[in-house]
Write a protein that binds this ligand. Structure first.
Ligand SMILES: Nc1ncnc2c1ncn2[C@@H]1O[C@H](COP(=O)(O)OP(=O)(O)OP(=O)(O)O)[C@@H](O)[C@H]1O
Ligand SMILES: [Mg+2]
Length: 381
């Protein structure tokens, strides 16, 4: 059976939603070289200890072992993505993406772990929806699609509950759309793809989607992307997090081993850090400095865009950056009203799933008859 899934291959985290599964799977985009580790106490959940070997003809370095996500977070040799990385071509992005899809395949309810006859590993087949930043889309969407589509295999090694299990991940089709635009499609439609919000579906909407390394500003009119006014910037929250990590280390000698580790604290509003020698320090002033700076930059770009294109009826600020900076952005925006939504970092992935479904419906409709698809299910996003 082919499953539909949305996958947001984020620079900070990979998010997956599989049709029929209520909970999204979120795995930090961080990997480190894997090795035989000493397990004193087994982790309570497989996502906390993803130890995998990834086989894929699309990887430049094939058949390697990696710690992925939280397990790599504390590792000295871990690597997080940098501004120069391109998620359409990066091995690291593909490794985390395949691990996420394999994990979803093995843990999905009703999944039969047993291999089908004549095969060594069970198989999960997907049609996926995914996306790229505005700036990368035109040049790389074909490459991204080609890297994803095909047969891959993931073996879990010391991962609790999945130890020794392999799964073949076959991606039949990948529908690539644009970050931020997919999020709007999600906000404007119901699960059955009928229009939910007419203002968003038929209006002219500005989006600022701030991720880890990129911030996208698509402008969408009647669900079509405006080619002239949609832009993307090569910055995101990560650069500011790196500055915070550096200043905290300089001032207090406390080193965060990864951005993921820092953001975990900020999400819990834990600003007090432990110093060697029992002292404590408050990192809030450093956070405020950089987050205000980030917010000012974002608001500046939004206002500039809005002035250039006054047809825009409203502006949404989305992505994990919106959650992190909401109060700072509202302060910086003054009288300019900006809109925020809950779970802003998950809006894209829900949109990707809907766009994959939309594509499947269109294909099914086309196969059944030559009649054009209904207007409410068509979208140029
Ligand atoms: N609820 C939250 N509170 C604070 N920060 C958050 C929250 N959710 C996400 N973030 C942070 O916001 C940043 C952007 O997250 P997001 O998930 O949008 O990035 P991404 O999609 O992985 O990156 P990109 O879009 O560049 O590929 C990350 O640094 C992330 O840790
Ligand atoms: Mg993103």
């Amino acid at each position: 059976m082919i499953r539909l899934a949305g996958i947001d291959v984020g620079n900070d985290s990979v998010k997956v939603v599989v049709e029929g599964s209520p909970e999204p799977i979120v795995i930090p985009s961080i990997v480190s070289p894997g090795y035989e580790r000493h397990v004193f106490q087994e982790e309570d959940s497989p996502v906390n200890a993803l130890d995998v070997e990834v086989h894929s003809p699309k990887l430049k370095k094939n058949n390697q072992r990696y710690f992925v996500g939280l397990l790599a977070m504390e590792d000295q040799d871990n690597s997080e993505l940098e501004e120069t990385d391109n998620k359409a071509t990066s091995d690291q992005s593909l490794i985390v993406a395949l691990t996420a899809l394999a994990y979803a395949g093995l843990t999905h309810q009703n999944q039969d772990y047993e291999p089908t006859q004549g095969q060594t590993a069970p198989v999960v087949e997907y049609v996926i929806g995914t996306g790229l930043p505005v700036r990368t889309y035109a040049g790389f969407h074909k490459t991204f699609e080609e890297r994803l589509v095909g047969e891959h295999q993931v073996t879990f090694l010391s991962t609790p509950k999945l130890k020794g299990k392999s799964i073949r991940v076959i991606i039949r089709q990948a529908v690539v759309s644009i970050e931020g635009a997919a999020a709007l499609f999600h906000m404007a439609t119901h699960d059955n793809l009928q229009v939910k919000n007419e203002e968003l579906y038929y209006g002219c909407i500005g989006i600022c989607e701030m991720g880890a390394l990129t911030t996208d500003f698509p402008v969408i009119k009647r669900m079509s992307i405006d080619n002239q006014f949609s832009t993307g910037e090569q910055f995101g929250l990560s650069g500011y997090l790196d500055n915070i990590i550096r200043d905290v280390e300089d001032q207090f000698g406390h080193r965060f081993p990864s951005r993921t580790k820092l953001i975990q604290r900020l999400k819990n509003r834990e600003y007090i850090i432990q110093r060697v020698g029992e002292g404590q320090a408050d990192i809030r002033p450093i956070v405020d400095t950089y987050f205000s700076r980030a917010a000012n930059k974002v608001v500046d770009l939004i206002v500039k865009k809005w002035k250039k294109y006054p047809d825009i009826q409203c502006f949404y600020v989305l992505g994990g950056g919106a959650s992190a900076l909401k109060s700072y952005i509202n302060d910086a925006a003054g009288p300019v009203r900006l809109r925020f939504v809950e779970e802003s970092d998950l809006q894209n992935v829900y949109g990707y799933l809907k766009l994959a479904r939309n594509k499947m419906n269109q294909a099914a409709d086309k196969a059944q008859s030559q009649i054009q698809t209904q207007p409410q299910s068509s979208s140029s996003i």
